[in-house]
Design a binder for this molecule. Structure first.
Ligand code: NAD
Ligand code: DAU
Length: 340
């Protein structure tokens, strides 16, 4: 029997991962350790309310006592414990405003979690990282697992630091960890500060859509369900100590994405506004995912042409979710349950 501590399970990818497990591994026990920062939203997880095999622990991964509470919940549920580590400060623009919370959670928090996980003798630890640790590509080429780390933003630098701490734990202590590095995700429950949900939200309200610089920066887009299935494959079948790139072979310029969102919503391109570029803006990301395809048999199931309309439909049918995030009402339960 498997018991999983999932950190950051109230965020975008973590909540999608929990939903995947609920359906595909219903016998597993799940502990969700999340600090509920602005990016954490328990309204992503209403399906888990009252579930006997699920515990929510509000806590900070950088605080050992909080991490210990998650382990205590896991021990109470029984079974061998593994950890899937999503919790992070994740937004590049916020890291440009202030890098410190990124160092606190992504670097310090990861080390606290590694120390506690090692002390508890866990079975496996999957560290969810990002392709941004590799830096920026020119017009051609792909990131492989051997590409040197060259992060450019405080966000990606903090993620690269956390990757190196995981590497050190593997090398020094024989710690049973694996690292994943994925490209840009999109799909349900993504916080509307990231490109695709922000454009859906603004276009829906007839607001101008801010496109940074010339709009020709390229990202490799992957539907979040595909990412979650890849993480599950790495957790179950990945080789300890290895790193796996995850990507969709699905590169688009930002402006193409924005135009597509507008066209799906039947909104005019006159809403597009070119604005000042993001400082240090990485030009292009593209992932070579052949290792995970070859070794673990994972492949993306969703094509962009299919999954972008699915995503837009999700935000349309979850207009109340989106509105409550945008107007701050999603924080009300914090005041009710935790007094703030
Ligand atoms: P997110 O910002 O939507 O969610 C982060 C979650 O972590 C939130 O629930 C938040 O409350 C929680 N959290 C933050 N600080 C915490 C702390 N100190 N202790 C406990 N919980 C804390 O992020 P996301 O987009 O779901 O990304 C999840 C992970 O995947 C991150 O590690 C990110 O680097 C990585 N990643 C994201 C993408 C992407 O496109 N979004 C792509 C590749 C990798
Ligand atoms: O590549 C994986 C990474 O993808 C993850 O590690 C990060 O957590 C995630 O936030 C994402 O980083 P990006 O910086 O690529 O994502 P973002 O959605 O912020 O921006 C995507 C592109 O769109 C980027 O080139 C900047 C541009 N952009 C973004 C916003 C928010 C705009 O042009 N306008 C905007 O308003």
């Amino acid at each position: 029997m498997k018991t999983l501590i999932v950190t950051g399970g109230a965020g975008f990818i973590g909540s999608n991962f929990l939903h995947l497990l609920r359906v595909s591994r219903p016998e597993w026990k799940l502990v969700n350790l999340d600090a509920l920062t602005y990016a954490g939203n328990l309204e992503n997880l209403v399906a888990f309310e009252g579930a006997a095999n699920y515990r929510f622990v509000r806590g900070d991964i950088a605080v050992r006592e909080d991490v210990e509470r998650a382990f205590a919940a896991a021990v109470e549920l029984g079974g061998t414990v593994s950890v899937v580590h999503f919790a992070a400060e994740s937004h590049v623009d916020r890291s440009i405003q202030s890098g410190l919370p990124f160092v606190q959670t992504n670097v310090l928090g990861t080390q606290v979690l590694l120390d506690a996980s090692r002390a508890h003798g866990i079975e496996r630890f999957v560290h969810v990282s990002t392709d941004e640790v590799y830096g920026s590509l020119g017009d051609s080429g792909y990131f492989t697992e051997e590409t040197p780390l060259a992060p450019n933003s405080p966000y990606s630098a903090s993620k690269a630091a956390s990757d190196l701490l995981v590497r050190a734990a593997i090398h020094t202590h024989g710690f049973p960890a694996l690292v994943t590095r994925c490209s840009n995700n999109y799909g349900p429950y993504q916080f509307p500060e990231k490109l695709i949900p922000l454009m859906i939200a603004k276009a829906g309200d007839g607001e101008p859509l801010p496109v940074y610089g010339d709009g020709k920066n390229v990202r490799d887009w992957l539907y979040v369900v595909d990412h979650c299935e890849a993480i599950l494959a790495v957790l179950e079948r990945g080789k300890l100590g290895e790193t796996y790139n995850i990507g969709g072979h699905n590169e688009y310029e930002n402006i193409a994405i924005v135009r597509r969102v507008l066209s799906e919503l039947g909104k005019p391109e006159s809403l597009i506004r070119y604005v000042k570029d993001r400082p240090g803006h990485d030009r292009r990301y593209a992932i070579d995912a052949s290792k995970i395809e070859r070794e673990l048999g994972w492949r993306p199931r969703f094509r962009f042409e299919q999954a972008l309309p699915l995503t837009i439909e999700w935000y349309r049918t979850h207009a109340a979710w989106l509105q409550r995030v945008r107007n701050g009402a999603y924080r009300e339960y914090l005041v009710r349950q935790y007094g703030g």
